[in-house]
Write a protein that binds this ligand. Structure first.
Ligand code: NAD
Length: 330
């Protein structure tokens, strides 16, 4: 079996989850790590084996890699993906795929040269897959609309201690591009092609501390007259389960955290049961990283199709750019 030689750039919180997934897989070999805080790369090298570097540039010039995992601040994802693509190295990048349209165009162009995977791991959640199939089969009848709520808590140190979060230059936005992007993606996977959005954003609880929004609401129009109400905030008191609800003619589907509830025309909501899975990192990152990363590697040898198709990632990203454009005008 071919073993893919893998490097990780950005050795912070989420990179540990990537490393743990890669260590569980039979067809990957973690060989190097890069972080501008070299002690972090060194700590990864100590824990997982391999070499440590203080820059991506040095790592790419010294190592022969098949795949680069990008776990750095948002604005660096695309430049780093381009550097890898230039050398024919496939890329698996954390979300968001890009922070603006220009970067998104560059990433799409790079995908002509190498395989680009984006970590939208929530697409592998059991409740989402079940509901997606049901909607595709038309089980609830015509889709009428949707609503989604992300009500989480992020406090001052989360931003001030990171060196990048809360800045327009490196994070590229706030709660939408960082925390709620998964929810926007799932909503769009369920409702189809967006055709417009009106939005407003505000900073409620970290005014003067971060440049980006802590709260955003949007009214999104999809094809065929379907609309969705979308609300995301980091100013809530705790990390409540994300809620996504799709109203159809004959049924309402409500995902809440890992759960799925279905209500027939007149009855009560019934819970659908799924086997419980354990998250590798923080519980709100979900359980999908391993499935997503495994699926990406299976797509490299052609044994599976990668479920997170780049065209659908681009669709979510273009919607996000349109929402920000509207919010920043209002
Ligand atoms: N998919 C998910 O559920 C999920 C969850 C958490 C984070 N993320 C994403 O993962 C990425 C990283 O987030 P995090 O929470 O791990 O952040 P973090 O701040 O903990 O880690 C980022 C690391 O990148 C390093 N870095 C910064 N600039 C660099 C450069 N030029 N070269 C090399 N290394 C550099 C930092 O020193 C830091 O160690 C972000 O895109 C974030 O949105 C995704």
């Amino acid at each position: 079996m071919k073993k893919y030689r893998v490097g990780i750039v950005g050795c912070g919180g989420i990179a540990r989850v990537h490393a743990q997934c890669l260590m569980q897989m039979e067809n990957t070999e973690l060989v190097c790590f890069a972080d501008i805080r070299q002690e972090r790369a060194a700590s990864f090298a100590e824990d997982y084996g391999g070499h440590a570097y203080s820059s991506l540039e040095d790592m790419l010039s010294e190592e022969t890699l098949d795949v680069l995992h990008i776990c750095t601040p948002h604005a660096l994802h695309v430049p780093m993906a381009l550097a890898a693509a230039e050398k024919g190295i496939h890329v698996f990048t954390e979300k968001p795929a890009a922070i603006n349209e220009e970067q998104m165009g560059q990433l799409m162009a790079a995908s002509e040269k190498v395989r680009i995977g984006v970590c939208f791991q929530n697409r592998y959640n059991d409740n989402f897959c079940y509901e997606q199939r049901a909607l595709q089969n038309g089980e609830g009848g015509k889709i009428l609309g949707g609503r989604a709520f992300v009500t989480w808590h992020r406090d001052e140190p989360y931003y001030t201690e990171s060196g990048w979060r809360g800045t327009m230059a490196l994070e590229g936005g706030g709660v939408l591009i960082n925390q709620a992007i998964h929810t926007l993606d799932l909503l769009t996977m369920l409702l189809g092609d967006p055709v417009g959005a009106e939005a407003m954003s505000v900073n409620h609880h970290l005014k003067g501390i971060i440049e980006t929004e802590d709260t955003l609401e949007a009214w999104i129009q999809y094809k065929n007259g379907v609309t969705a109400s979308f609300y995301a905030t980091n100013a809530y008191c705790t990390n409540a389960p994300v809620m996504i609800e799709i109203a159809c003619e004959k049924r309402i589907y409500r995902m809440e955290g890992d759960e799925l509830y279905i209500r027939e025309e007149k009855g009560d909501f019934q819970k659908i049961s799924f086997a419980s899975k354990k998250a590798m990192g923080k519980s709100y990152w979900g359980t999908g990283h391993l499935s997503c990363i495994r699926n990406f590697y299976s797509s490299l040898d052609g044994s599976e199709e990668f479920e997170v198709r780049l065209q659908e990632v681009e669709r979510t990203m273009q919607l996000m750019f349109a929402i920000y454009q509207s919010a920043r005008k209002s």
